[in-house]
Design a protein around this ligand. Structure first.
Ligand code: HEC
Ligand code: HEC
Length: 440
């Protein structure tokens, strides 16, 4: 929820834009993001669950700090630039949206009662506001004879690991026998990915593929339009649009209900406990009468207008590596290029998108995360887009890979043959392929 004060905060953005210094503004540290000294009151993840106690009054809200993030202060590189060619009005939306993306929520603005972090940027920060990150979230469920049950009545499948009061904190229920971590994905160029027509992604299925590689389109009901759409965002391609993902993240990562997700998550499904600790009324994200937008819309604007990672020229070594990318069939899943359809935003209309993903789900066998979500089965994962891959702090869905080489070696399932041939490259050839990936 946004206070009117935010309007005042927004003025510097507008001012800088008028002076044509949006990127300078973008690099300023967010004023309200700095945790107060001594405010690192995040309970350790291993603290035993609070025993459901007798009813008690909520304790007064305390300052809640973002998850301490051990990410090296990222390379001087700042990728959070607006798309080239925005209109003045779109540039203002970008700046306003960035401010919202960095805004630290508090219990007074609707944070919690259960949540995972206090702002979008608290997790999405590697290489700039909206990047990947080291933060992971936990999904749980119960798998019986290969069938995954998300344990919705017990608060699954997404765990909210923090709470505004220890008495409401969620835990992984004892009946869960499948627990997976998911690492934060980057948002650079997300508007271009959103603008790829559904049928372009579906057509990728029909392209002839090397033996053993198939793929599956993720079909999801878009909560914004109510229509069946091709999912493309998230490790499971579980959302089709940025507004839907934004609304989902506001409710499920921060506990801020909104017009698309108007109901608060009850801690481990316990509605009585929720009622005792909830002090704000739903939906917590209010529409600003001035422009008809809520926080969910502004964060979506930001992601939509964010430039893709810059792709510079290829060195001789990277050029050699590009050949292996093709001959090892990496490109069979990591489709180098797609084209956006028509968009009301000229900067997104008919553009080439060098994303290096087919946006399809693939059976990755042992690399699957065991969680079924939407169309995606437990072993199926979305082909990770590889643009900007060198700017991720860790790789693969749970961050298990500390290097890009590790990430390729962990491929399995439909990618097994491709991976095996990768391991057979000479050290020089492998270096060349990795140099190519570094340049994306
Ligand atoms: C607690 C950390 C955390 C917070 C807070 C958070 N995210 Fe994320 N975000 C993630 C993780 C983890 C993923 C991957 C989730 C998955 O696929 O299951 C993700 C994925 C996404 C994606 C999908 C991108 C893609 O194509 O893979 C979008 C869009 C997104 N987040 C937007 C937001 C917005 C907007 C906010 C603020 C309202 C936000 N996130 C807050 C951790 C976070
Ligand atoms: C069958 C499809 C398929 C093939 C073939 C394939 N990949 Fe992947 N790749 C994926 C999927 C799916 C993921 C996401 C896996 C996960 O973590 O769940 C991925 C992830 C990655 C990542 C990590 C990205 C990140 O953000 O963490 C890298 C790097 C990568 N692939 C490189 C390659 C290279 C190099 C090759 C060729 C040797 C290759 N891939 C072949 C499907 C494929």
């Amino acid at each position: 929820m946004k206070s009117n004060l935010l309007h005042l905060h927004r003025r510097p953005a507008l001012y800088c834009l008028m002076l044509g210094i949006s990127s300078v503004f973008a690099q300023q540290p967010p004023a309200r993001q700095a945790p107060a000294p001594g405010a690192q009151n995040r309970p350790p993840a291993t603290t035993p669950p609070a025993t459901p106690a007798a009813p008690q009054a909520p304790t007064p809200p305390q300052p809640i700090a973002p998850t301490p993030n051990p990410v090296r202060p990222q390379s001087p590189q700042n990728l959070s630039e607006p798309l080239p060619g925005l209109t003045f009005e779109e540039a203002v939306q970008f700046a306003d949206g960035q401010e919202e993306f960095r805004h630290v929520e508090t219990p007074a603005t609707g944070l919690g009662p259960i949540f995972n972090d206090v702002s979008c940027v608290a997790c999405h920060n590697a290489g700039g506001t909206g990047g990947a990150g080291r933060s992971t979230v936990t999904r749980f469920g119960r798998t019986t004879d290969g069938v995954f049950d998300p344990l919705e009545s017990l608060g699954g499948s997404l765990l909210q690991a923090r709470s505004i009061n220890p008495a409401v904190r969620e835990t992984v229920p004892a009946v869960a026998n499948t627990v997976a971590r998911r690492i934060t994905t980057p948002l650079f160029g997300a508007g271009l990915i959103e603008a790829i027509p559904d049928n372009t992604i579906t057509a990728g299925l029909l392209r002839p593929k090397p033996r053993g590689i198939t793929g599956k389109v993720s079909i999801v009901t878009d909560v914004v339009s109510g229509q069946n759409r091709v999912g493309r965002f998230g490790w499971k391609a579980q959302q089709a649009t940025l507004l839907a993902f934004s609304a989902d993240a506001y409710r499920n990562e921060m506990g801020i209900t909104n017009r698309f997700f108007p109901t608060e998550n009850a801690p481990n499904g316990n509605a009585a406990l929720l009622a005792r600790f909830k002090t704000t009324s739903d939906p917590e994200d209010k529409i600003d009468p001035a422009d008809g937008k809520g926080d969910v819309d502004r964060a979506a604007d930001y992601m939509r207008l964010l430039a893709p990672p810059p792709q510079n020229g290829l060195s001789a070594s990277a050029l050699a590596g590009q050949r292996f990318f093709a001959t090892l069939d990496c490109a069979a899943c990591h489709t180098p290029t797609m084209t956006t359809g028509r968009s009301a935003i000229a900067a997104l209309s008919g553009k080439t998108v060098n994303l290096y993903s087919d946006l399809l789900l693939h059976d990755m066998d042992s690399l699957g995360d065991g969680i079924a979500q939407g169309t995606a089965g437990p072993r199926e994962m979305r082909t990770a887009p590889l643009w900007g891959v060198s700017v991720r702090p860790l790789w693969l869905h749970d961050g298990r890979a500390r290097t890009i080489d590790d990430a390729v070696r962990a491929h399995d399932g439909e990618a097994r043959d491709s991976r095996d041939r990768y391991t057979l490259l000479s050290a020089t050839e492998r270096r060349q392929l990795l140099d190519f990936l570094d340049a994306l």
